[in-house]
Design a protein around this ligand. Structure first.
Ligand SMILES: Cc1cc2nc3c(=O)[nH]c(=O)nc-3n(C[C@H](O)[C@H](O)[C@H](O)COP(=O)(O)OP(=O)(O)OC[C@H]3O[C@@H](n4cnc5c(N)ncnc54)[C@H](O)[C@@H]3O)c2cc1C
Length: 303
């Protein structure tokens, strides 16, 4: 059985979400194949992957279909990132196989896959048996524990596209988002809402995020007001994240906000109002004024 993974990087490092897929693939497959458009072998060589298939542009994966179809008995593990989700439909078309998203656990017994998926903002957990040879699984972030796996002799296969005219969409430019730690990859997210009163007050939010090696986020009204960029807005209509720790400062906890963050491992809420609904979803809560509490946290962390 070939376990395929799509390998993505951010800031010259392999994304944690790709690493998790590699660990999982190694657990259930004897041949792990990474498909990537990262051409730097130095970044790739220490990963526990048997074969790297290196292509020019991962978005153009459909152009490599004839080569990929040579592999039989495959399954695909894709991270829960925007890029991978886009690619999943193309892989599905190449192999004519289904996609199961929001997977939180996966195993293989005999030739059947058993997977557990979390849907509707973690409100419904389904156990699914997949009795077909091939399938694409989109794996939720931060659910697979990393393990040390021995390196092996890896083959690098460089492919040229079979047909350049398969896509009607041309990517003109790619720009990385300014956050030092990308929001969707961050293990700690420091997020703030309208309780912060104005954009100038985000200096302390940025500093706190930096001290925790995390990313900043915000509620929807904050980005609508132009205090923060839309790429930081989390929730039902924004980015959905699952960090290890989500710190919500001056955010009331409306259901539409919670929908984007309730799969975080731990939630700390800081709010002046003891009745704020967010406290019902919190693992830890501090009732108090953000303008007093955040400087104390910063002072403590600086030490
Ligand atoms: C269809 C739809 C989709 C939506 N999608 C989203 C979404 O994706 N994401 C999202 O965030 N919202 C979304 N919303 C909006 C959502 O309903 C809420 O209006 C919004 O989340 C509230 O933002 P907030 O908590 O920042 O502001 P507020 O509701 O105004 O809350 C501010 C909070 O700050 C606290 N506070 C005030 N001063 C201080 C202080 N000094 N220190 C500490 N705390 C303080 C207050 O007690 C209050 O709890 C959506 C709404 C709709 C209708």
């Amino acid at each position: 059985m070939n376990g395929f993974i799509i390998i993505e990087k951010s800031n010259k490092e392999i994304k944690d979400s790709s690493l998790e897929c590699i660990y999982l693939a190694n657990k259930i497959s004897d041949n792990v194949i990474g498909i990537t458009d990262i051409k730097d072998e130095e970044i790739l060589k220490d990963l526990p992957v048997d074969i790297f298939i290196i292509i020019d542009d991962i978005n153009n994966i459909y152009s490599y279909r004839n080569h990929l179809r040579n592999y039989k008995k495959n399954f695909f593990l894709l991270s829960d990132t925007l890029a991978s989700k886009k690619i999943s439909s193309r892989i599905s078309k190449i192999f004519n196989i289904p996609v199961i998203s929001n997977v939180i656990d996966l195993s293989l017994k005999k030739s059947n896959f058993y997977c557990r998926a979390s849907n509707f903002n973690n409100n419904i957990i389904s156990d699914i048996e997949v009795n077909r040879e091939s399938c694409i699984f989109i794996i939720k972030k931060y659910i697979i524990n990393s393990t040390t796996i021995e390196n092996r002799n890896t083959d690098f296969i460089y492919l040229k596209p079979e047909n350049l005219n398969t896509s009607k969409v041309k990517v003109l430019e790619k720009r990385e988002i300014s956050n030092d730690v990308p929001l969707s990859e961050a293990k700690v997210v420091v997020s703030a809402g309208r309780g912060l009163k104005s954009s100038e007050n985000w200096q302390m939010i940025e500093e706190l995020a930096k001290l925790l090696n995390g990313a900043t986020a915000c509620s929807k009204p904050v980005s609508d007001l132009g205090w923060r960029p839309h790429s930081e807005h989390v929730g039902q209509t924004g980015v959905k994240i699952s960090p290890e720790l989500y710190i919500a400062i001056g955010i009331s906890g409306a259901i539409q906000h919670i929908a984007g963050v309730n799969t975080s491992k731990k939630i700390l809420v800081i709010n002046i109002d003891a009745e704020a609904p967010f406290f019902k979803n919190a693992d830890f809560g501090i009732i108090g004024d953000a303008f007093e509490i955040i400087p104390i946290l910063i002072k403590y962390l600086r030490k």
